[in-house]
Write a protein that binds this ligand. Structure first.
Ligand SMILES: [Zn+2]
Length: 259
């Protein structure tokens, strides 16, 4: 399944603006009933047979997370109509887990695409600074989390950037945009000059205005100190920070790219 599939589905339903993306209506039309309930063993579940399915969503999670989980289960359903019985763990569902070739990853790609389809997201994101302030504005329109929206911004690649997540100061995952050379890897542990480090230590959201950083605060690469990047960071859970890095000045990208 590729991203176009979700876009075609939305276009079939006549979706022409973010506010029209009614996942529950789409699920219902696809034969799926949704139940929001307490779930202990997993984050979301789908049980389907023939043309009908029941999707259960953990109602104690954040509304944006519930929405992503619904989109994820819908991805399983449209891909595997027939006999299906899946319980999806919290760790299986997430916008940063879409690069692998398996059913969970494929359901995550579908979810990102149906929540923020390129044909609606791309024009709204054009020329907007690669910061969490932009992610917040777009996230409000698309009903998506700051992290999911930031990832979409980076993957679209209007500007070169990267999303990096740290837990207790240690790198958990990082996803670069399409124009960021692989040699530019994020530091394995948060630098104490970074805004993310201050957030982690404070344990509370601080001023999240963009900060111009020396690139070596974030990037583990020779000569990084000669370049800059723009950091915005947020605290998403206790000890967990997500940073959006933007090579507003693209000199570091140019310096490491083959001539
Ligand atoms: Zn799943």
């Amino acid at each position: 399944m590729n991203s176009t599939f979700a876009e075609l589905l939305l276009q079939e339903y006549g979706v022409s603006q973010p506010e029209d993306i009614d996942l529950e209506a789409i699920a219902y039309d696809q034969g799926a009933t949704i139940k929001y309930r307490r779930m202990d063993s997993c984050e979301a579940r789908i049980i389907g047979h023939g043309t009908a399915a029941v999707i259960s969503i953990n109602n104690s999670s954040h509304p944006n997370r519930q929405r992503f989980s619904l989109a994820h289960e819908l991805g399983h359903w449209v891909q595997d109509k027939g006999a299906i019985s899946l319980g999806c763990a919290r760790g299986d569902i997430g916008p940063h887990r879409s690069g692998l070739l398996n059913a969970e990853s494929s359901a995550n790609s579908f979810a990102s695409q149906i929540l923020m389809p390129d044909y609606l997201f791309r024009p709204l994101a054009a020329k907007q600074p690669l910061t969490f302030a932009t992610a917040e504005i777009l996230g409000k329109r698309f009903n998506t989390s700051l992290t999911a929206t930031a990832l979409k911004l980076v993957k679209l690649g209007h500007f070169p950037g990267m999303v990096a997540c740290y837990k207790d100061g240690i790198l958990k995952w990082a996803i670069p945009g399409p124009d960021v050379p692989r040699i530019l890897q994020p530091v394995p542990a948060l630098d104490d000059d970074s805004q993310a480090y201050a957030l982690w230590k404070a344990g509370a959201q601080l001023d999240s205005s963009p900060v111009l950083q020396s690139a070596d605060t974030w990037i583990d690469c020779e000569g990084a100190e000669d370049h800059t990047l723009v950091e915005t960071s947020i605290l998403v859970a206790a000890g967990v920070t997500v940073s959006l890095l933007w090579w507003k000045d693209e000199s570091q990208i140019e310096a490491v790219s083959p001539q």
